[in-house]
Ligand binder design. Structure first.
Ligand code: DG2
Length: 249
């Protein structure tokens, strides 16, 4: 049996401001930093340690991972960054306030943009300054690969091959893996691992900086999964994430 830990980053500045973030590289808030420290302390208390970590190329995930590894006194382990673990690209919604967008377009439309499996948000147009095509962290992309928007299906299509080709063989080699990523990139991986139906994935919300353990069999099929933290606090945090896309009363 194998065990991996999945974790969304701690609260970011745009999580706090309730803005669609996607590939925008925003920092953690003070609370986000504290959440990472708390997650590291919880992992330490539960006896976890890791051989290798995988994360996105976005600082909110990178800094959360560092915060965790520092608590474990494991800042020295290999950390592999890849854009394939990035958050789902939120297209032209990036930067907009989620509740204001719901007030303008309706809660149902925003739910479709946030959670539907195969309907992407409106795309960025050519020439939009949010299309950071020359950023060196994306230098290995093929022409046309930089997303203008993504639905969850697109995120599955770019993350799952990386899981299968790069991370899964390392898990099977017996190395203890932690993945520090994002709400929707983790939903993409979980959809694949648990074979969640397209219409059921709509209801899955991932709270910030809560270690989520997956126990996997010899074929890396999930046996069970569980959050390490307090169940009531996690349920409340999941509900809060779901409500971020509703217009304020
Ligand atoms: C959030 C997720 O991504 O937002 O892009 O706004 O995990 O990087 O904070 P993260 C974003 P929702 O899909 O939950 O609205």
């Amino acid at each position: 049996m194998y065990k991996i830990v999945l974790m969304r980053h701690g609260e970011s500045t745009w999580n706090k401001e309730n803005r669609f973030t996607g590939w925008t590289d925003v920092d953690l808030t003070e609370q986000g930093v504290a959440e990472a420290v708390a997650a590291g302390q919880l992992l330490k208390k539960e006896g976890y340690s890791f051989d290798i970590a995988y994360t996105s190329v976005l600082k909110r995930a990178n800094k959360t991972l560092n915060g965790v590894l520092e608590q474990l006194d494991q800042l020295w382990i290999p950390v592999v960054h890849h854009w394939r673990l990035n958050e789902r690209h939120y297209g032209s919604l990036q930067g907009l306030n989620k509740a204001e967008t719901a007030a303008k377009f309706g809660d149902d439309q925003v739910l479709v943009w946030r959670r539907s499996y195969d309907i992407p948000p409106p795309a960025l147009e050519e020439g939009d300054e949010r299309l950071t095509l020359n950023d060196p962290r994306y230098a290995d992309m093929k022409p046309g690969e930089f997303p203008r928007t993504e639905c969850l299906k697109d995120t599955v299509a770019r993350f799952v091959p990386y899981w299968l080709e790069t991370i899964a063989p390392v898990v099977k080699s017996g190395k203890r893996v932690i993945i520090a990523a994002h709400g929707n990139s983790l939903r993409a991986l979980i959809k694949y691992l648990d074979n969640v139906a397209d219409d059921e994935i709509v209801g899955l919300n991932i709270p910030t900086a809560q270690p989520l353990v997956y126990e996997l069999d010899a074929d890396l099929k999930p046996i069970k999964h569980y959050y390490l933290g307090d169940a009531d606090a996690i349920a409340a945090a999941m509900a809060a994430v779901a409500n971020q896309g509703k217009a304020k009363a």
